[in-house]
Design a protein around this ligand. Sequence first.
Ligand code: PLP
Length: 411
Amino acid sequence: MITTTPMLDIKKIRKDFPNLDVTVHGKPLVYLDNAATTFKPQCVVDAVEQHYSQGASNVHRGVHYLSEKATEDFEGARRKVQNFIHAKHPSEIIFTRGTTESINLVVQSYGRAFLKEGDEIIITEMEHHSNIVPWQMLCEEKGCALKVVPFNEDAELIWEEFEKVLGPKTKFVSVVHISNSLGTINPIAKIIKAARQYDVPVLVDAAQSISHAPIDVQALDCDFLAFSGHKLFGPTGIGVLYGKTDLLEKMPPVQGGGDMIASVTFEKTTYNVLPYKFEAGTPHVAGVIGLGAAVDYVKSIGFDAIGEYKKDLLDYGTQVLQAVPGLRLIGTAKEKTSVLSFVLEGIHPHDIGTIVSDEGVAIRTGHHCTQPVMKHFKVPATSRASLTFYNTKEELDALVKAIEKVKDVFK
Ligand code: PLP
């Protein structure tokens, strides 16, 4: 059998992203903050612009040409997302504002309707706040208990601890697939399989993983999956909740209004079919169309090539950062993606972020909405470089050079 190595033409790919040409303080921008948000390829910008300049219209409501066209594009994008994550039906794709809203939808709908006092919800120590706080709010209201699976010093979940908390009282499992502050890739398939013993729904926070590798929700057998368009090279303000039909069918809507109803009288309202039951009001039409274009773009590059390239970049970044005296990497899991969180002895991350920004390098500093992770490592914050397929080794060299500058300043 002949195997070929998929290659990326990075020069060509970089031309697709106009934002990469920006200069900062007179220096070429080095954008290493992709876990926060990704840049948009020109085709996404064009799709959004095209909708607003040539096709602006509301969806599902009009019989005039533009409304029909907008509806066609909108529902076409839903099918693109369906195919992208291999959902069984387009109606299992619910458009939200992002991962945060998707998780909140499940908590407010499924959680409030089906969880009760004494029930236990399992999350992990490395969750983003958006997969902690909504559950805490529910626990407070309902008297449920949150069970947190800890991780070890390499930032890998401790499987035995998961097995310890999983039991007959467990009524929901909600887990991050890839940690945004550590890069750890969690064994999500194994977690779902284990949860099945107790017939417990599992939600996967795919905010980071959606742009990392192909996700097949049917093969994974997850019950819910949440992600944001803006971390997948799409627009901000648009996201997705995938849910299995049988669960979504029995869940009550969270917001009432236009589009989510079948009929309304003052005596009684009946609800629309899926997915509209969960999409009250005018949706983010341009955002959905832009997300569809982003999905097309990622597919055109291909996850095989993306994965291979990012692995190489991560290995290189790990190597050059580890060589910096006084620098400690936070998050050293065997299975990890291209997130490089670090601390520098004696220098606060905010100072690092500010000084490297003067050199044109954009990294994120802070707790990354994962304060429990910071607590675990006994640090107030970290600096984080997060890479994607348009980044280069030269950009990592620029980061190291900027870090040397930081060290000079604090000498
Ligand atoms: N979950 C993870 C792992 C994230 O990285 C993020 C954002 O950084 C979120 C959830 C929240 O995403 P959003 O702010 O787009 O809703």
